[in-house]
Design a protein around this ligand. Structure first.
Ligand code: XMP
Length: 507
């Protein structure tokens, strides 16, 4: 598949650029600038064009000049953005320095030359800037295309293959950003042939190449990501793939048997391993969210290793998707939001080699692949459940009693949402058992009991989320059912926070 390579210098936006390019129907991947130069050279050589993205450092402090030089030597189409803009300017001999006027946020841009990059874009637009340094003088022979109050060289072209802009066209706050990227893809001559579903054969081939003649275990949950990853691996490996569902004792009500049934509908026969005692034992006394994730990940890894050893498998197929990779800080230079057990929660000495066919995909893309693979809609539409499941929906220590409380409350919430037919309009809905207690009256008695929080959100890819505006009467009914049907609960609260600033899960 032909692709645009986005080189990530550790800024926040490389993944967003990749996403925008894909939305324009061109395949794109991100590579860290800290990847070895040899590997980067191969990736650059194989690409249609390279985008050098933003980064937190100054071009004078870091040493990434070689990356620009390689792209120039390979005569690739190049687009610099923010830090990438300054880096290209510096390598080509321009002057980069402290701007008299650093720019953060919306900035008025004046387009000076009606270059093909700005076809369809008006001459005065507001764009999103975020920089201390600026390109003060362009490289010799470059044409200044645009400027802003703090960026005399806000955009330039060098020859016919190098473009560079100071602002972030990928963020929604930049007017005509998508048009700019679209125009650049036109200049590159990139064919618009990317649709996630056309990748299936290639993904199957990649798994086959990775695993060779060996065997693999696929950890499946009955959710869409792990099911799709397992189906792809199944196509590649047939009976050399061993799908397994681990019963960790922290599933929502009715699980994991329902998952087993759903998987059967896709043609995958999974083995169910009851390891709940091992999980409860290991989680005893662990209170903090990251601690719980690590412990959960460690036990999960051990159970998988034991099973793999029993069937003679060397590989583990997982349904890791791109947001898991980003939020786990698995990219060099990025910060950790939380440890997803299927990315960063595995112990360093994990024995199995990982195969993650969906690592580059967003959820909506995985859904399209799932439909291509004829995965039942029930699985496609299932709400995601975090790997550590109810362990991260119980504040503080996880005990059997607490699991029962949150499980019951969760089942009531699900029943009500499904009865109202709202399940397909929401990304996730679940309950959290808080650590703090509150006063209530039950019967004629004053009691000091548990508090349940209800969370319901809408989202496209879990990177951002808005709260669900559930009908008031429905919320009242949910609260009253939970407080009366779950004996220890005296109070129910509704979470009104979007992501950001909150995350979707509480822990
Ligand atoms: P947050 O809470 O980070 O969640 O806004 C984003 C999406 O990821 C799911 N999630 C997890 N998935 N392991 C997983 O496999 C985890 O540790 C984990 N934590 C959060 C969450 O349910 C939401 O869909």
């Amino acid at each position: 598949m032909e692709y645009i390579l986005v080189v990530d210098f550790g800024g926040q936006y490389a993944h967003l650029i990749m996403r925008r390019i894909r939305e324009l129907n061109v395949y794109s991947e991100v590579a860290s600038a800290y990847t070895g130069l040899g590997e980067l050279k191969n990736l650059i050589r194989g690409s249609l064009g390279v985008i050098l993205s933003g980064g937190p450092g100054s071009v004078w402090e870091q040493h990434h000049d070689d990356i620009v030089k390689i792209a120039l030597e390979e005569d690739k189409h190049l687009l610099g953005i923010c830090y990438g803009h300054q880096l290209i300017a510096k390598v080509l001999g321009g002057v980069v320095g402290k701007a008299s006027n650093p720019e953060f946020g919306p900035t008025l841009l004046t387009i000076k030359v009606k270059d093909p990059l700005f076809a369809t874009i008006p001459n005065f637009i507001s764009v999103w800037m975020s920089h201390n340094d600026s390109v003060l003088e362009p490289p010799k022979g470059a044409i200044i295309l645009a400027s802003s109050p703090g960026s005399p060289v806000a955009a330039f072209r060098f020859g016919n293959r190098v473009y560079s802009v100071q602002w972030h066209p990928e963020v929604a706050h930049s007017m005509y950003g998508i048009e700019l990227l679209n125009n650049w893809l036109r200049i590159v001559g990139a064919p618009r042939n990317w649709r996630p579903e056309v990748m299936v054969e290639e993904l199957v081939h990649k798994v086959w190449e990775a695993v060779g003649e060996s065997k693999a275990v696929a950890a499946v949950s009955g959710g869409i990501d792990s099911t799709v990853a397992a189906l792809i691996a199944h196509k590649a490996l047939g009976s050399r793939l061993y799908p397994v569902i681990i019963d960790h004792g922290l599933h929502p009500e009715g699980e994991p048997w329902r998952s087993l049934e759903l998987l059967r509908k896709t043609g995958l026969e999974a083995k169910l391993i009851d390891a709940s005692d091992r999980f409860y034992e290991a989680l005893r006394g662990v209170r903090d969210p990251e601690g719980k994730r690590r412990v959960f990940g460690a036990v999960y890894a051990k159970v998988l290793e034991d099973y793999a050893e029993s069937v003679g498998a060397e590989y583990l197929v997982q349904g890791t998707i791109y947001p898991d990779v980003i939020e786990s800080g698995a990219r060099p230079g990025a910060s950790i939001i939380k440890t997803h057990h299927n990315v960063a929660g595995l112990p360093a000495a994990f024995k199995l080699k990982l195969v993650e066919p969906l690592k580059w995909f967003y959820k909506d893309e995985v859904r399209r692949i799932a439909r291509k693979l004829k995965v039942p809609e029930e699985i496609i539409k299932r709400q995601p459940i975090p790997g550590p499941s109810l362990a991260v929906r119980i504040e503080g220590e996880v005990t059997r009693e607490k699991i029962e409380i949150v499980r019951k409350a969760d089942a009531i919430l699900r029943e009500e949402i499904e009865a109202a037919g709202l399940q397909d309009r929401l990304w996730q809905y679940f309950t959290i058992l808080l650590e703090s207690k509150a006063t209530g009256v039950k019967g004629d008695e004053r009691v000091y009991g548990n508090v349940i929080a209800v969370r319901a959100v809408a989202s496209v890819d879990a990177m951002t989320a808005s709260i669900a505006r559930l009908p008031w009467e429905m919320l009242e009914n949910i609260a009253s059912r939970i407080a009366s049907e779950v004996p220890s609960v005296v109070r129910v609260v509704y979470d009104l926070t979007s992501k950001p600033p909150a995350t979707i899960e509480w822990e």
